[in-house]
Design a protein. Structure first.
Length: 122
């Protein structure tokens, strides 16, 4: 299995969605900057475990405007990120993995078709 450093844009898209859609019931909300840093660090840790490389710090913008509005596109980016970041032993228990799981759940549960669907079948 190979891995690569995800683009800043991919990390920012995931961080922005997580901050805006996945923390509504959290008392200690994380900032966009904190989430982006967690995701970047986890991706780097995966690459270090796989290849032993070091990576330069990420430059996180103050205001990031997301460009992906299609939930399937964003879900695919979560899968891409997860695949690139799972190369080390701590991935399963990591905050980044939990964030990815939360994003994928929120993408489905926040969709209008999900909200309009029946609850139970007779």
């Amino acid at each position: 299995m190979s891995a690569f450093l995800c683009s800043d844009k991919l990390i920012f898209e995931l961080a922005k969605y997580f901050v805006e859609k996945c923390q509504q019931y959290e008392s200690n909300k994380l900032s966009f900057t904190a989430v982006a840093q967690i995701l970047y660090d986890e991706n780097c840790e995966s690459l270090a475990a796989r290849y032993g490389d070091d990576y330069t710090p990420i430059s996180i913008p103050v205001n990031y405007v997301p460009t992906i509005s299609n939930i399937f596109e964003l879900a695919k980016q979560v899968d891409c990120y997860s695949y690139q970041s799972c190369e080390h032993d701590g991935w399963e228990a990591s905050r980044a993995n939990k964030m990815c799981e939360a994003i994928k759940y929120a993408l489905l549960s926040n969709h209008p078709d999900y909200n309009a669907a029946r609850w139970g079948i007779d």
